[in-house]
Write a protein that binds this ligand. Structure first.
Ligand code: AMP
Length: 491
């Protein structure tokens, strides 16, 4: 079968350090060795970003920071580093940025000295008007150290006319449009915020008398912490020596949690918005089987992300589950490798077909999503070479037809497989006998919900529908101009 080549990845100038990020956050207050706990928390969140990690701790007198490119385990493994990060309060961040260089000055948490004292801040998500605000701030004389959109918040805090730090932060965030969760520390407080739509996750936990904030509950589990609750959309939680205070200063907005966290992004042992991610993925897989099962001998997941959905599929369809593809765990997520060439290489490095479970079989292959289509092509090729008689690909999400502007890294629209081809053409390109995606209504059914409450979808599902709940200010305002301006700034 001839396959039309996919469009090559375009190295865009702004990709150099594109503000779009996938990230994990951790914060802890009231714990001796706070930074050591932060290291463990970030280790549990490593799946949310593998390119850089950072921690800022406060010891009652001074802030201490260590930020570096690479994995948590590689950067926070020396007694000297940990000894420097003394203190009872700490926040940490793991980061992934898109194609191109990740530069150290963009690694979070960012730290700044204000007239009220020091503040360190880290965020997960994407501010959709950061570039517009940055332009205005630069015109007013602000000098930016990084190209990270987090720094926009820092400048807005610095120029705020309010006195108290929480009021300054609120003032700054009320000018920000976007999807974000953030954690911050000052000399006296640990602060956590979720944007008014609650697109990105943030949970609150306790460990003895200490308070914790984390992107996912798995980061509380690793240190034996107790989950207290999700930080609510639009909520600011402030933790200090008087305990926890909650503020809701923003205009109320409809809750639109990211549905892709359930499909792919979160760790399966996390509980998000009251729902165990593994259980959600299994019921998504079962719904996929109800919608599109075809007679087969084995159900084979594309590991690891396809595993829970494949278990649900196999149980629902009554077809045996087999590990027909084995994954090498010592290679990072292929999608996260910075260049297209490596991504192609990476897929082969990462997966191998296990002929034992495939030879002569009618195989249902289950994966969570198709983005560029690269993974599916390689996997199907392997499975066929291993002797499968038929290959039926089942995807536990609807076709990804739109880019995410809210903190999940997806390529530009013209690089998305499902934005270029219909299902039949995709099936031909990846060389399967049949291909089916879960329907958008099926996805909501699997989560026990109807898609819309009133007029609005219950989750942010823009990557599947193009219905963006938060205005894309920067993107809508002449993206070409934006690229040029960024280039100019770097010269
Ligand atoms: P692709 O080869 O581009 O089609 O990538 C599809 C694979 O990447 C699927 O197996 C997913 O598990 C995984 N994936 C989907 N979305 C993302 C993402 N935002 N970041 C990293 N990996 C992803």
């Amino acid at each position: 079968m001839t396959q039309r080549p996919l469009p090559p990845a375009i190295l865009r100038p702004e990709d150099d350090d594109h503000p779009k990020e996938e990230c994990g956050l951790f914060g802890i207050y009231g714990m001796p060795d706070a930074a050591t706990h932060a290291v463990l928390g970030l280790h549990a969140l490593q799946h949310r970003g593998q390119e850089a990690a950072g921690i800022v701790a406060y010891d009652g007198e001074q802030f201490h920071s260590h930020r570096a490119l690479g994995l948590v385990g590689d950067n926070f493994n020396s007694p000297e580093t940990m000894a420097r990060l003394a203190g009872h309060v700490a926040i940490g961040h793991v980061r992934y940025s898109t194609t191109g260089d990740t530069i150290l000055r963009n690694v979070q948490p960012l730290f700044a000295d204000f007239k009220f004292g020091g503040l360190a801040i880290a965020h997960n998500g994407n501010l959709t008007n950061a570039y517009q605000i940055r332009k205005e701030l630069v015109q007013r004389g602000c000098i930016f150290q990084s190209t990270s959109d987090t720094e926009t918040i820092i400048h807005l805090i610095a120029i705020s006319e309010y006195g108290r730090v929480v009021d300054r932060l609120t003032d700054a965030l009320s000018q920000i449009v976007g999807a974000y969760s953030l954690v911050a520390i000052t000399q006296k407080k640990l602060i956590g915020v979720r944007d008014p739509c609650g697109v990105r996750p943030l949970v609150l936990g306790r460990l003895g008398d200490a308070w914790m904030l984390a992107s996912e509950t798995c980061a509380l589990d690793i240190i034996g912490g107790k989950f207290v609750r999700d930080v609510e959309p639009g909520e600011i939680v402030v933790i200090d020596d008087k305990g926890l205070h909650s503020l809701k200063p923003f205009n109320k907005a409809p809750h639109r949690f990211c549905i892709f966290e359930y499909i792919y992004f979160a760790r399966p042992d996390s509980v998000m918005e009251g729902r165990n991610v593994y259980e959600a993925r299994k019921s998504i897989g079962a719904e996929l089987a109800r919608e599109s099962h075809i007679p087969a001998d084995v159900v084979v997941p594309v590991p690891d992300s396809g595993v829970p959905a494949a278990i649900g599929y196999s149980q629902q369809a009554g077809v045996p589950f087999e590990f027909g593809i084995v994954r090498n765990h010592y290679v990072g997520r292929t999608f996260i490798e910075p260049t297209d060439q490596i991504r192609h290489l990476g897929v082969r490095l990462k997966h191998n077909a296990n002929a034992f479970g495939l030879k002569g079989k009618r195989v249902v292959l289950v994966d969570d999503s198709i983005v560029r289509g690269t993974t599916s092509m390689k996997i199907v090729d392997m499975v066929r070479n291993a002797g499968a008689k038929e290959v039926h690909m089942r995807i536990s999400s609807p076709p990804t037809t739109h880019s995410c502007f809210y903190g999940i890294d997806t390529p530009q629209r013209d690089e998305l497989f499902a934005a270029q081809y219909d299902v039949a053409a995709m099936a031909r390109h990846i060389n399967v006998d049949t291909l089916a995606f879960l329907s958008i209504d099926g996805l909501y059914r699997a989560l026990g919900e109807a898609r819309r409450r009133g007029d609005l979808p219950q989750y942010c599902d823009a990557c599947f529908t193009g219905e963006y709940p938060i205005p894309l200010v920067d993107h809508d305002k002449d993206p070409v101009q934006r690229q040029l301006s960024l280039l100019d700034e770097r010269e």
